[in-house]
Design a protein around this ligand. Structure first.
Ligand code: PAF
Length: 280
């Protein structure tokens, strides 16, 4: 696997792939890789001949009081995992490569980015859309893969790619979970052992609520019960909402629906989501 830190070297490497007629997949990450990221790499290997993975802890998507400073950074271990997983290229730009002096451009996606995490974390999705656009321009992949765990992020990126006519196919990959159901996340390392035990209440509450709604139970009552169950389990609840899977707006009859939640457990913010299968 080639590890590349500067844009001219990246351009040369990706030009060589293209000259050989090879397709390229990109897996954008912020590092601290886990089995969820490796599932993206495995899917990327099926989607294209060559696989690039980027690691960049993007300051523009963290709020002033968020965890930028303590976000886990494990470059050497990540590089080993990616070599074993069969990635061809690791793109490791520094902050000055990504946001040179005088940087002044922002990508802002309306609509789909505005509720849920967009409301709870102002500016977050502008930061994501901006860095992902830059990564697409830098790597110029044929296909890019994102986890469904960040379901709203995936919807924002899909909207942006359509709106800006970006020549990249977006593939969403199902959430990878621990044996007890907790969604894999780089932020799970923040959980104390006691919090880790409690955290399973999040996927359980979502699973129970999704099942109840699919069976026809009243949506608002079910969501209220899920919020109460989470609060009783020790979480502070940002939101538990049922939305249309594509627009993330109000559910539409006979369209797929998704149940999304964000909660805090101590100093750790956890998000998760689940499909609600029966159509209404
Ligand atoms: O999902 C992430 O890890 C990040 O939001 C992403 C897509 C790499 C952009 O920084």
């Amino acid at each position: 696997m080639q590890t590349i830190r500067h844009l001219p070297d990246l351009r040369a490497a990706t030009a060589a792939f293209r000259a050989a007629g090879e397709t390229l997949a990109l897996v954008p990450t912020m590092g601290a890789l886990h089995a969820g990221h490796l599932a993206l790499v495995a899917e990327a290997r099926r989607a294209a001949k060559r696989v690039a993975v980027s690691i960049f802890v993007n300051p523009r998507q963290f709020g002033a009081n968020e965890d930028l400073g303590r976000y886990p950074r494990r470059e050497a271990a990540d590089a080993r995992l990616l070599t074993e997983a069969g990635a061809d290229l690791l793109w490791l730009p520094g902050p000055e490569e990504m946001y040179p002096a005088g940087y002044a451009t922002n990508i802002s996606v309306g609509g789909v980015s505005e509720g849920l995490d967009g409301a709870a974390r102002p500016g977050h999705f502008d930061g994501v859309a901006t860095v992902v656009t830059k990564l697409f321009n830098q790597v110029q992949p044929n296909v890019a893969l994102f986890g469904e765990k960040d379901f709203q992020q995936l919807a924002v990126i899909r909207r942006m790619v359509i709106d800006l006519n970006l020549a990249v196919e977006i593939v969403g990959v199902p959430t990878q979970r621990e044996d007890d159901g907790l969604a894999l996340s780089s932020r799970n390392v923040y959980l104390s052992p006691e919090e880790r035990v409690k955290a399973v209440a999040l996927p359980r509450a979502l699973g129970n609520a999704a099942e109840a709604i699919a069976k026809g139970q009243a949506v608002e009552e079910t969501l209220a019960a899920a919020r109460e169950a989470l609060a009783a389990a020790g979480f502070s609840v940002d939101y538990v909402e049922l939305v249309d899977s594509a627009t993330l707006g109000t559910p539409v009859p006979r369209h797929p629906r998704r149940l999304l939640a964000a909660v805090r457990l101590g100093s750790t913010r956890l998000i998760d989501n689940i499909a609600v299968n029966a159509l209404a």
